[in-house]
Ligand binder design. Sequence first.
Ligand code: SF4
Length: 200
Amino acid sequence: MRVCEIFESLQGEGALAGRPMLFVRLSGCNLACPWCDTPYAQEGGRDMSVGEIARLIAASRLRYVCWTGGEPLLQAGELQAVATKTADKRHCLETNATLPVPAGVFYHVTASPKSLATAPPPADAYKFVIGAQTAYDAEGVRSYAQRYGLPPDKVFLQPQCTEAEEALEGSRRLWDICVREGFSLSPRLHTLLFGNTRGI
Ligand code: SF4
């Protein structure tokens, strides 16, 4: 598998924010979003075998594994093989919602659509990143959620940001629509606390 980085941290975003997890960030993405906060994961990385990654996961004392990227489902077959070898862990997925999610593999799936042009896939949570550069705004997400009948409590709005002040400012802007629509405000705990630091 092409791996960008593996590290233990706290989940900073979405429905599981604050939860300790082992992050497995895979390399490669099928999109090229101008606001991407992990451009270093779009290419490169190092090769690791399914067995090597499974051993690292098994050795972690943390119960939760977060598969992220890039787009981790570009390597869905091998990812599934690792998950099968480490089935005692709770495998969570962060996906850009462009590829089918294999059934029965993940404890929690967060779909983060980068465009509102297609229907959302089945997921446990829908995370929409909103900022000056993103392809949609909060009103667009509201119409999209209504059109596809997304339960409001599965919808998370998150400010596009790489620095703490941006995270705070963006969160303030999203506050009212979250209250009005019953959406959740997704924090960026790692950005608020450590800014644009990699590996946290
Ligand atoms: S889908 Fe995610 S990782 Fe890929 S380019 Fe967009 S923001 Fe970056």
